[in-house]
Write a protein that binds this ligand. Sequence first.
Ligand SMILES: [Cu+2]
Length: 334
Amino acid sequence: MKIYHFLIMSIVSLFIVASCTANQNKDSMEKMNMEKDENSYSEFKKMCQNSGYEWMLMKPTQDGKFIKDAKSCWGCMVEGIEHVCDINQFNEINNMDSMQHMAMAAHAGTRSSVDVHMYKVGFIRPDVQLGKEGLLKFTINDMQLKKPVSDLEIVHDKIMHVVLVRNDLKHFDHVHAEMTEPGVFAVPYKFSSSGTYRIWVDFTVNGMQHIVDFDINVPGSVESEEKDTLGWLKVNFISSKEIAVGKETELKFEIFDKSNNPAQITEKFLAANAHLIAIGEALEEFSHNHDENFDGDNNLIFRHTFTESGKYRLWAQFLAEGKVRTAGFDIVVK
Ligand SMILES: [Cu+2]
């Protein structure tokens, strides 16, 4: 009996000693973790403040909205919109091109409206008839203030850029909508081939770019040729290096006349030397870059970092003899 008693006592005391040591270990582990946290905090905090942003305690946000169920955390308020608590996420955002990373994007597809950032963007689909001009109408409403948005900023000469591409990337157009009444933006458009098109609407409010896409079906079974806008011009795409995902790549185009003489670009197109739109095969990736270097030579040079691999089509746009010229090229991003 006594031996058993002693054994039990010994086991109990051993257990107490062991659990105390474990607690002590746990305490010191926690302390270490906190120190680590503090160190990564100070590094993150420094990076945040060096980028000109505010370091603050609040709930993290995504696309300008609080993440549901998330707890408040110390983090960086990027451009007064995104509260980022994770240093890696901050680096990701901060390393991307400033115009690009700050674009708020939303995909509406076949829906008639979608929320982007703090706006509700709608598309009033016209009764499209092939070969007949219809009005593409977009609405923007501030969800918090509950009023239409009328103060879009002029970016590259326009308040609203509208890019249309058929879902096989065959038909491309780039037009601009004007405000017809507060919060309503319209552009007349004539489809020349039937099929499903995706329309990207690109606008900027309070320094923040927003890109929303909508789908529209053009009934019928008419296939027209793609418009040749190049005329007497020839555009070569110079791509010697492999285009890798996540790496800034130079995309260069050279313009010649039909007798292979360099054709200088001397006209500005929408406040730039040239524009480049890149769209992924799945119609999910959309980017709009500019060659701002107005040097009057026959080169168009863009820099872009593709964030997803796959097939893309590029459209380089410039002005020659008063006409918009569009050259399309297919690429693969690895
Ligand atoms: Cu445009």
